[in-house]
Design a protein around this ligand. Structure first.
Ligand code: UN1
Length: 506
């Protein structure tokens, strides 16, 4: 790949001392060496990251409780203003964040640019929603002589556990929602992407979030479990696998003390249906984008395409053509479509799936991949039964199943039976078919005659049902309410000596 123009990267990016910071509570345990691939040199190097231990968790949560009492009383306008400053700072420093996302996340330039924008969108969207929801108490109807109001307030200390695939956008989305609702936060980013989280937290502190109200701890699932298990956690927001969401639920269920809500956004075996009336060129384009962009490492990504048999050969040929056009390689090269998968463990898991599919399914496409680095080439397999795909495969691997025109019901049944319900694509020019499919399936995000990734904050609120999560949807109008408790105040306005301020609602 030598010779491609590269984005100049900050020199100090990989200096270990940059990882430690005031207000960021970790380091009790000895440094753990994370293998990080430096895209500038294509060299894998070990970067020491200090993992937090149980004492760090305890210190962070205890300090955050303190931070909560002040932050939760700050006016909503002040909390919103801090989020808006964070959005401004993100935009001013987008070049640095793009560089970190590339180096630590292995993402392509397009993906990094979109992700920084999405992170800023989350800040601005939750600030705007928060001004409406957390401003004045809402008056409620009531009989004469009584005044009722409803207001939302923060719950306490929220645990925010975020994934490596959107290490900036989802991290910022979770944290800013919890903060806007008046909570203090202890955030635990994915162990694969610790550095971006450090920079994000620094930026939020600089934007005006009090250091005591926002803490960062680092580590793997053990430290996440210790955080969730802490007695003073008032809520958990999590994005990641269904399996981990279940284990969080078990930890929460086993705790003495208050009942703690979980907001979870998990995986999916996301399907697309293309019938005989679909436009083949558009299907091919949308399938390639949905299945292979971001190396398939999005929970929204397409895993399973159902194509009506009359048009299947033609459509599959066009999808293979589109896949052939994809350039896989150095994510810092602007021409690259498919960059790294996150790490070597991910590569091995995906390679094992590819080996199994190569034995058991029909291979339509097996792309070339550079021999060094954690690359997985796009693959296209055809299965004779959708039920052979039983779990989410988090990479650039597309599975196709043909169906006959009389078998659409069976297709919908297979999709429903998976138990997941995150994204769904449908390509058809028959309105009745589209309506019937949308109506039959409990799926969080449905995309008609377009690709099925890239939900825009505030425009396509994102999140699913069943094995795909609890809702409410991120980037949607109901999200913030789940981070808050509701308080109804009923005042007997006829009573003498009542509290004057409460009576007038001031
Ligand atoms: C995820 O992959 O965890 O619609 C979420 C999209 C993104 C959300 C993906 N906004 O592709």
């Amino acid at each position: 790949n030598a010779g491609h123009a590269r984005i100049p990267l900050p020199r100090d990016l990989f200096q270990p001392e940059r990882i430690n910071s005031r207000g960021i509570e970790f380091g009790e345990r000895a440094a753990v060496n994370r293998l990080v691939t430096d895209v500038a040199t294509e060299r894998v190097s070990a970067v020491p990251v200090n993992y937090s231990g149980p004492n760090d968790v305890n210190r962070a949560v205890t300090t955050a409780r303190d931070g909560f009492s002040t932050w939760s009383r700050a006016p909503a306008t002040e909390r919103a203003a801090a989020l808006e400053r964070a959005a401004d700072l993100l935009e001013q420093r987008s070049a640095r964040f793009i560089a970190w996302l590339q180096r630590e996340g292995g993402k392509t330039l397009d993906d990094c640019v979109s992700e920084v924008r999405e992170a800023a969108d989350f800040c601005r969207y939750y600030a705007a929603e928060g001004r409406k929801l957390f401003g004045d108490a809402q008056p409620l109807p009531g009989p004469t002589g009584e005044r009722n109001t409803l207001r939302l307030r923060g719950r306490g200390v929220f645990a925010a556990i975020s994934p490596w695939n959107f290490p900036l956008a989802i991290f910022m989305g979770q944290v800013t929602a919890a903060l806007m609702a008046g909570n203090a936060v202890v955030a635990k980013p994915a162990e694969q992407t610790p550095r971006i989280a450090v920079e994000a937290v620094r930026l939020l502190h600089e934007a005006g979030i009090p250091v005591k109200a926002l803490h960062l701890i680092q580590g793997d699932g053990h430290i996440g479990a210790a955080l969730v298990a802490h007695r003073d956690i008032a809520g958990v927001v999590f994005t990641g696998s269904t399996e981990v969401a279940r284990s969080i639920n078990r930890v929460l269920a086993g705790k003495d003390g208050p009942i703690v809500p979980l907001i979870a956004e998990t995986g999916g075996i996301n399907a697309m249906i293309a019938d005989a009336t679909a436009l083949p060129e558009q299907v091919a384009d949308d399938v390639a984008t949905s299945a292979f962009r971001s190396a398939g490492q999005r929970c929204s990504a397409l895993r399973l395409l159902f194509v009506q048999e009359d048009v299947a050969d033609r459509i599959i040929e066009m999808i293979v053509g589109a896949a052939r056009e994809l350039k896989i390689g150095d994510p810092s090269d602007p021409a690259t479509h498919v960059g790294w998968v996150i790490d070597d463990d991910a590569r091995k898991r995906l390679d094992a799936h590819i080996a199994r599919m190569t034995r058991e399914a029909r291979v339509h496409f097996a792309g070339p991949a550079p021999s060094s680095g954690s690359f997985v080439a796009p693959h296209i397999f055809e299965l004779d039964d959708a039920r052979h795909l039983t779990e989410e495969v988090f990479g650039p691997i597309l599975h196709i199943v043909r169906y006959s025109s009389s078998a659409l019901d069976g297709v919908l049944e297979a999709i429903a039976d998976s138990g997941y319900g995150l994204t769904l694509g449908i390509h058809s020019r028959i309105d009745d078919t589209v309506e019937a499919v949308v109506d039959r399936l409990q799926v969080g995000n449905v995309y008609v005659n377009r690709n099925m990734i890239g939900a825009v904050v505030g425009v396509q609120p994102f999140g699913g049902h069943g094995l795909s999560g609890t809702g409410p949807k991120a980037g949607g109008p109901h999200y913030l309410t789940r981070f808050a408790t509701e308080q109804t105040v009923t005042v007997n306005t006829a009573a003498a000596g009542g509290n004057a301020a409460l009576m007038t609602g001031e």
